[in-house]
Design a protein around this ligand. Sequence first.
Ligand code: NAD
Length: 495
Amino acid sequence: MRGRDYVAIRGLEDEVVLKGRHLLGGEWRAGRESFLTRSPSDLNEIVGEYPKGGPADVAEALEAARKALPGWRALNVQRRCDLLHRAGDLLASRATEIGTLLAREEGKRLSEAVGEATRGAQVFHYYAGEVIRHPGQFQDSLRDGHSVLVSYEPVGVISLITPWNFPIAIPAWKVAGALAYGNTCVLKPSEFAPGCAVLLGQLLEEAGLPPGVFNLVHGTGRELGDTLVSGADGVSFTGSTATGRLILQQAAASMTKVQLELGGKNPLIVLDDADLQVAVDVALQGTYGQTGQRCTGSERLIVTRGIHAEFADLLVKKVAALRVGHALDADTEIGPVATAAQLAKNLAFIESAKAEGAELATGGQQLERRAPGHYLAPALFFGTTPSMQLNRSETFGPIAGIIRVQDLEEAIAVANDCELALSSGICTTNIRSAERFRRLSKAGMVMINAPTAGVEYHVPFGGRAPSGYGAREQGTASADFFTEVKTCYLNHGAI
Ligand code: NAD
């Protein structure tokens, strides 16, 4: 272990261990107990060591955020804009370094990981602009000599709880949104990939953010969740639907404002008239990109009978040819599964699909690579039915099943026959079919001839319950969560 308070990762120095700290009121703080993270590409490699926080650390972080709130919300908007912009610049300048840490700790392949860090920078730049763009309203009153003003105020102190699968992009869009609209925050990153949040804390400090505006606490949500939810004015959570339900229950007791971004079981429909090449590429990217560990990943491939044979034949060849390997290897197309628990869950889905009579067309077995890691051959099943476990619950892995259907109407019915409703997609060259699906899909996001995963930061992101709850994230929609409305009636006559 190196001696410095926290070690910045430069280049590809595998042996460097990040020594993460809590960030409480501008102070980097160690803890009595700590936990380690290991690279899923090489389980012998320790990536980071972090303090294991308790409720007292969260309480201190919340208090620091509350103390910093009046100053931050009153700060000149140009100054707030400049600070967020500078944070974006710093993130962009450190994208390779942050992406490398991300790839080592989470297992995402390097180019995707650097791309994610770059996205984080773009998000900060976008919300820097939002500080200044965000409008209020002025309206004539129904009463003579009166006016009505509607203004949007910060909610206050926000707890941000994030998952492991986008360890820089999700913290970036939550933190940038919270800060842009004048809130202060406490971030609790996933205990499986907290390193990027430490580097984010460093660069916010370097950008000149006042102490206490951004705070960071490490540890498990199970132990920290209650305090994070009950002690804040708002909680923005991204993670599994099961955890989201718990948070919603806790938030009801304290009446904490809640935003939940949860799991998906996203359908991709391929119609007979689809461009076959486009459909196969869309399915391949949407299902297996980032090792299938995206809430918006395609997990159900619903294919009409006329194109089924050709589509299945072409897709299985492409899936079988995907190169699974170490996240830092240049020729890797699919990195390892991120955690041992996630790998076990993926293998259980593969076994249940086989037991229910699905035909395993390729993959599904663990692989050995140059170092011991969570390597899984991407799996594709033929002959699956909507009622199989594989098609009902989120796998969150590089696994999908093809469901054969007669026509568009059956495809839409199957696509909607699942309680999760985050993203959905259709491949077709018929504009009427595309439009019919756009209208009838119950998902929060609909992709036409594009992968179900792959979203942009300037437009609303999210799904319907139980894939999401509360206001959408990203774009200007994020103001719906991060601000409170104030309506003011003004009688000019009395002034
Ligand atoms: P998870 O729910 O296990 O954990 C997410 C975060 O919640 C972690 O920081 C964890 O420590 C914390 N947590 C756990 N128990 C808690 C509790 N009782 N109270 C408060 N916090 C608690 O999810 P995960 O395994 O990290 O991530 C995978 C899941 O996230 C998948 O279901 C995926 O679909 C979902 N996800 C959704 C989106 C989206 O925007 N809709 C994006 C990415 C991931």
